[in-house]
Design a protein around this ligand. Structure first.
Ligand code: HEC
Ligand code: HEC
Ligand code: HEC
Ligand code: HEC
Ligand code: HEC
Length: 392
């Protein structure tokens, strides 16, 4: 009986295979240029003696001194961008496609003038490496300046400029533009609805520690980049609430709202295969389940709305939720449910899917296990559940 199982697995994969190259490889809006090209290494140093390349070339070598940062980076999706199971699964013939490698194992951003980078020729296993974000010719650029170390550190304010350091890869699907147009941007209209935040302040939380073992304690940034894979980030990003009102012909109308309360961009953002979906579960007055999102036969009826950036050519309008917006639907699904039961109770669910094939199953209800609880790429996760009652 292996055939049906294999078939079930193949169909969604084919859809993904067909859709993802379009989804991820589109040429995106370019970040604002206007900056002079990265400076030549050691322009002021003695020309004859100037080193031509960085003192350390692999992330592991950086990690020998910057151990804490290395460990975080190694586990992050930047460190894993060439080993991510989803990327590999799709990459049978893609892994050799330069157009995919260019953001997953890129040359240094400064070498690419902070535009969408090109693929690196060597050390592709280092994925988005330390050098991708820090190399400046033979030097290593960082936010501080005036430090001394074997890596030849130099200060560069552009290290904290997210348009330069994040947008070259994260604006192809408008995440950067969504942020700049939103309430957290430095230029948001007054009076501000939210204090300014950036890709860095939200995704690289501040940590006080020495940069190298035994060094001076400094205010630095964690290199974890938690995002959609992290349950804690999904909880922070979203809130769910329910409005119940009597329906016109008797019974009740239940409307379920999602708020983007904590993300600096739309939710979901970036990769087109992700979505936030709402569902409803109902019990009658005798406590019997009458509608259950985990039951295959009920799943379509219990589905309320889908929030997603759809694949190109799907003919659908995007339904992502902008920062601070509270919506029940943006056109994909009714956003509400009418029951003719006179009395009962229910639960609204907010479900997150990394890919359309992620199944809503018993495991989806698993409670959060903290910030490092990373979602499986085949199982949907219930992020929030809200209870309500109707009738007297
Ligand atoms: C312009 C830069 C860029 C290019 C080119 C690019 N990607 Fe990506 N890719 C990204 C970014 C940024 C993310 C993270 C998006 C997110 O987390 O939502 C990503 C995420 C992914 C993911 C999701 C990983 C996960 O676990 O959710 C897959 C799969 C993927 N890319 C495959 C590809 C393939 C296949 C190609 C070539 C057709 C490609 N990418 C080309 C920037 C790029
Ligand atoms: C042999 C030890 C050593 C190695 C290996 C090393 N560094 Fe450093 N690095 C240092 C020291 C020492 C400092 C200064 C620490 C301080 O003063 O707090 C430093 C500082 C830095 C800074 C901060 C610069 C600033 O001014 O903001 C960055 C960024 C950095 N290193 C990145 C790297 C990267 C990337 C690599 C690998 C290519 C690397 N380092 C390899 C020792 C090392
Ligand atoms: C060189 C291209 C590149 C740059 C520069 C870059 N990223 Fe990424 N980022 C990616 C890719 C590719 C992925 C997806 C990797 C994967 O899962 O395969 C990703 C994933 C992420 C994720 C998602 C993690 C998750 O759980 O889904 C976050 C958050 C993130 N990046 C934030 C940032 C921030 C903040 C910056 C700027 C400081 C930045 N990135 C700079 C390419 C880049
Ligand atoms: C996706 C880009 C990116 C990658 C990859 C990356 N860094 Fe950073 N790093 C940054 C940014 C951005 C900052 C500055 C954050 C700030 O201060 O606002 C930073 C800061 C630092 C600092 C200064 C101290 C601190 O904690 O902020 C050191 C040291 C450093 N990085 C080392 C490394 C090493 C070593 C690696 C690889 C193991 C690495 N970085 C990988 C983007 C990156
Ligand atoms: C106010 C805090 C905040 C700011 C600012 C912010 N993010 Fe996020 N980001 C979040 C939260 C919370 C999530 C989790 C929700 C989600 O995955 O949609 C997230 C998710 C992501 C993801 C995963 C994609 C997804 O939808 O699952 C990526 C990639 C990302 N952010 C990149 C960025 C980049 C790049 C910037 C700057 C242009 C940025 N973020 C600015 C809070 C923020």
């Amino acid at each position: 009986m292996t055939a049906p199982r294999a078939a079930r697995r193949t169909i969604p994969l084919l859809i993904l295979l067909a859709a993802l190259p379009i989804a991820c490889g589109e040429p995106g809006p370019k970040p604002k240029a206007g900056d002079p090209p990265a400076q030549a290494p050691n322009a002021t140093a003695d020309a004859g003696a100037a080193p031509q390349e960085p003192a350390f070339l692999s992330a592991e070598a950086c990690g020998r001194c910057h151990g804490a940062i290395y460990d975080e980076w190694k586990q992050s999706f930047h460190g894993q961008a060439m080993a991510d199971p989803l990327f590999l699964e799709l990459s049978e013939d893609v892994v050799n496609k330069e157009e995919c490698i260019r953001c997953h194992a890129p040359v240094p951003l400064r070498e690419a003038q902070f535009e969408t980078p090109v693929a690196r020729a060597s050390r592709r296993e280092d994925a988005i490496s330390c050098l991708s974000c820090h190399q400046d010719g033979a030097n290593i650029a960082g936010p501080f300046g005036g430090l001394e170390g074997a890596c030849r550190p130099v200060g560069d304010p552009r290290q904290r400029d997210v348009v330069k350091i994040c947008f070259p890869c994260h604006n192809q699907h408008d995440t950067g533009n969504e942020y700049l147009a939103g309430p957290y941007a430095p230029e948001a209209p007054l009076p501000r609805q939210r204090p300014a935040e950036s890709c860095i302040t939200c995704h690289m939380p501040e940590v006080e520690r020495p940069l190298v073992e035994g060094g001076v304690v400094r205010k630095g940034r964690s290199h974890t980049w938690r995002g959609g894979h992290s349950f804690a980030m999904l909880e922070k990003a979203s809130a769910l609430d329910v409005e119940v009102r009597p329906a016109e012909g008797g019974g009740f109308e239940i409307e379920v709202f999602v708020t983007n309360r904590g993300a600096g961009h739309s939710i979901p953002t970036d990769a087109r295969h992700r979505s936030f979906d709402t569902y409803i579960k109902l019990w009658d007055a005798d406590g019997r389940v009458v509608l259950d999102p985990l039951k295959r036969a009920d799943q379509e009826r219990s589905f309320l709305a889908k929030f997603r950036k759809f694949y190109r050519g799907s003919g659908k309008n995007d339904t992502q939720i902008p920062p601070l917006a509270r919506v029940s639907t943006l056109g994909e699904g009714p956003g509400r449910f009418t029951t003719d039961l006179p009395k009962g109770r229910g639960e609204a669910w907010l479900v997150y899917r990394l890919t359309p094939r992620d199944a809503l199953v018993e495991d989806s209800l698993k409670a959060s296990e903290g910030p490092d609880d990373v979602q499986d790429t085949t199982v949907a996760r219930v992020v929030h559940r809200v209870s309500f009652t109707f009738g007297k």
